[in-house]
Design a protein around this ligand. Structure first.
Ligand code: IVH
Length: 737
């Protein structure tokens, strides 16, 4: 291995060909030693060096790439941080078809290949091509032992713990008849609903920006903490397999049905077909359903159904000959950027939006597209890497919009040739367009990285933030004031009737003016309708009557929420980074609003916040920093005082049940819990009257162990203490506890 290699650009074609042959042989030998003989002859680093050199030579001499090239398919090299996993059978990519003729050719190639078998009845399957991340899941004797990303097709990353959190991936195969060893392959994806919910939670907590479900699913899979992955509710469809000791079934179709029996999510739109016409019909059917599926797909995959025929037809340059991906046409269109507007959110984030000449993309009219942040407009992603080949976006630019199945349209390219001569690069404002306060980019204390978004520092003096805060305050997850929707908040705010949350509770003292504001709005709406329809209005009086009734209802709904639950109240305050889960943790920890405020203020005043703020599992420096900012701000003090003059949050009571199966017992949780977070587990046990200990001793009554539990299990066994898994825990205490 220590030989000195010639730089690739000095190789002659003959030398390159010889080297590719040598590398192919050495890599194949290493693969056999590793996988089949279980006796690696070279180190992983040496193996990687061979593959890297091979890829470099191939890149410089693309004409010399061998049919048996070990490169397989392209893809990202495995990142640092997760252990590497070499797939026992490489994860391949698929040949692509863009036109129906490509599908006809594919089927004809098949029939030609099997020409000698005149009566051969070749069947095919057709199924959606899921736009997610492929993963390989190894099962030994029916037990999920390792899960990996695709990586470069040969080496991926070990993300077992994260994959275990996905409900569509069984920890143990159900049913029977599974091979001794099988690598199940399929796609991890995120539904639109989950993506939107996550974005909403993130916005509420002033967190990061999520671009699309696929990227978000990818990020969710690469989390260091599986609890974060678990909270993302990812999904999985099984559609293929890699190494296996036995075929799952004689056909592709039946194999996938087996996967469903074994407990995997499988796609319901897979069909079996025999002719091109049938396959194309299924393609169009799936295309029609595309917008209502609730997740991204980008085409339809056709596969030869009989596994025996798949084997006979084989592979070519890293792709199966027996399968093809029929892609949907990209939903793209050209339009012009007319304006760039800056919207200010509740947490003060300046969000740029491009206003476009309306254009139809994939059947939907697009007029606005988010530009995410300052760097995005400049042509850089959050890591400072170029996007759109580094082209920036300017007012007047002709841009290519894409909705590649994505919920959100995006600008994927800028036509520089069409850029007006006087178009200037966009100067992102450094002051808030609503209140004029400076807008800054914060530096994350931990990472030292600048936040990608600029934020208005005006907090409560900024009308945009005030309205958004009020909207958040009354929203369903927060104070949940019925009838006080976003529209009413805006109306009363603009009429000068409410400025901060406390004013909502005194609104009924301004009944006359509130009624007038509502009446004016109705007038205005009626006028607009009239203008649109050309008809005259009747019943002007009954409109006023309705306003009175509506207001009484609204005031009753406001009064009904004067004693909110503490966790809702804390969440409703709209403190940055305090989402509903964190709010619940805070409420549980401090029990009363007085205690919460006392600790908050002391934390804000202390030099070292940790000397005051208790250590709470699930609450880190970001939240503590946000609490310091909130309680260190006098304006918030005044707002909070006024609010507490109107509402009395209920103390957070932990009801301890004396008659549960674990009441009075000492419980230890160990290993990585998958169905609940550590703090949830602790709170649940305590609610049920149990004591939770951190280590196993003679006093321990019960150990609840998740995967990866270590020495505590050993101690428990030595002491003869009962050990159960999470499922058994839930069986014992009941799901709803
Ligand atoms: S079959 C040997 N089926 O597409 C064939 N792949 O370009 C293995 N994909 O990396 C793949 N949906 O991530 C297959 N129903 C489906 C698929 C699918 C999505 C992805 C997969 C693969 C890529 C191939």
């Amino acid at each position: 291995m220590a030989e000195i290699l010639k730089p690739v650009d000095e190789l002659t074609p003959d030398e390159a060909a010889a080297e590719l042959a040598r590398l192919a042989k050495e890599i194949a030998a290493a693969d056999i030693a590793y996988h089949q003989n279980d006796a690696p002859e070279i180190t992983d680093a040496e193996y990687d060096a061979l593959r890297i050199r091979n890829a470099e030579v191939e890149r410089s001499f693309p004409d010399l790439v061998r049919a048996d090239s070990p490169t397989g398919s392209v893809g990202a090299p495995p990142a640092e941080g997760f252990a590497k996993v070499r797939h026992a059978v490489p994860m391949l990519s698929l040949a692509k078809a863009y036109a129906e003729q490509d599908v006809v050719d594919f089927i004809q190639r098949g029939h030609r290949f099997f020409e000698r078998d005149k009566d051969l009845d070749i069947a095919f399957t057709a199924e959606p091509k899921i736009d997610g991340l492929s993963a390989s899941l190894r099962y030994e004797n029916g037990v999920f032992v390792q899960g990996a990303t695709r990586g470069n097709g040969t080496v991926g990353e070990d993300i077992t713990a994260n994959l275990r959190t996905i409900a569509d991936i069984p920890h143990r195969l159900k049913g029977s008849g599974w091979p001794e060893v099988i690598e199940i392959r399929g796609e991890v994806y995120m539904t639109y609903a989950e993506f939107e919910a996550l974005k909403e939670r993130s916005v509420a907590a002033g967190g990061q920006d999520y671009v699309n479900p696929r990227n978000t699913a990818a990020g969710s899979l690469r989390q260091k903490d599986p609890a974060v992955t678990a909270s993302r509710n990812l999904k999985f469809f099984a559609y293929a397999w890699g190494y296996t000791t036995e075929d799952p079934a004689p056909t592709q179709y039946e194999s996938v049905q087996k996967f469903a029996e074994w407990g995997f999510g499988v796609n319901p739109l897979m069909v079996r077909a025999r002719t091109v016409e049938e396959l194309i019909a299924q393609y169009h059917l799936i295309e029609e359903k595309r917008s209502s599926l609730g997740y991204d797909i980008d085409g339809v995959v056709y596969k030869v159904d009989q596994l025996e025929l798949q084997r006979r037809w084989g592979f070519i340059s890293g792709e199966p000959r027996w399968a093809i991906a029929h892609k949907f046409p990209a939903e793209q269109a050209m339009t012009t950027v007319r304006r760039i507007d800056i919207q200010v959110g509740r947490t003060g984030t300046l969000a740029p939006v491009a206003r476009l000449d309306p254009v139809t993309v994939g059947g939907v009219t697009v007029e606005n597209v988010t530009l995410h942040n300052e760097d995005y407009i400049k042509g850089l992603d959050s890591n400072g890497q170029p996007i759109r080949d580094g082209k920036d976006i300017r007012i007047g630019d002709t841009v290519l919009i894409q909705r590649a199945g994505d919920v959100i349209p995006q600008i994927v390219d800028v036509v520089i040739e069409k850029r007006p001569a006087d178009a200037e690069s966009y100067a992102f404002p450094h002051t808030c367009p609503v209140c004029g306060s400076p807008a800054t980019r914060e530096v994350n204390e931990k990472t030292g990285k600048e936040d990608s978004r600029r934020r208005c520092t005006g907090e409560l003096i900024c009308a945009a933030q005030a309205v958004e805060r009020l909207r958040h305050f009354v929203s369903r997850g927060a104070m949940d004031i019925e009838g006080m929707g976003a529209e009413n908040i805006e109306l009363f705010f603009n009429a000068g009737l409410i400025e901060t949350a406390a004013d909502i509770f005194t609104l009924k003292d301004k009944r006359e003016r509130a009624q007038q504001a509502l009446a004016e709005r109705r007038e205005e709406q009626a006028r607009q309708r009239e203008a649109a329809s050309g008809k005259e209005r009747k019943n002007a009086r009954s409109v006023d009557q309705r306003n009175f009734e509506g207001l009484d209802k609204l005031f009753a709904a406001i009064d009904a929420r004067r004693e909110p639950e503490l966790d809702r109240f804390v969440f409703a305050l709209g403190i940055r980074h305090v989402g509903d889960t964190t709010a619940a943790l805070l409420a549980r920890t401090f029990s009363t609003v007085e205690e919460f405020i006392r600790v908050g203020k002391e934390t804000a005043a202390a030099d070292d916040p940790h000397s005051v703020f208790p250590s709470i599992n699930g609450i880190g420096d970001t939240v503590i920093g946000a609490l310091r900012d909130f309680f260190g701000n006098e304006r918030n003090d005044r707002v909070l005082d006024a609010l507490l003059g109107q509402v009395t949050p209920k103390p957070y009571v932990v009801t301890v049940s004396a008659d549960s199966a674990v009441a009075g017992k000492t419980v230890v949780f160990t290993g990585s819990l998958e169905k609940m977070t550590r703090s949830e587990a602790k709170a649940m046990a305590e609610r049920l009257g149990a004591k939770v200990a951190g280590s196993v001793s003679a006093k321990t009554d019960l150990v609840v162990a998740g995967p990866g539990a270590g020495s505590k299990l050993k101690t428990a066994a030595e002491l003869g203490i009962e050990v159960i898994d999470e499922d058994a825990w839930f069986e014992r205490v009941g799901r709803a506890s």
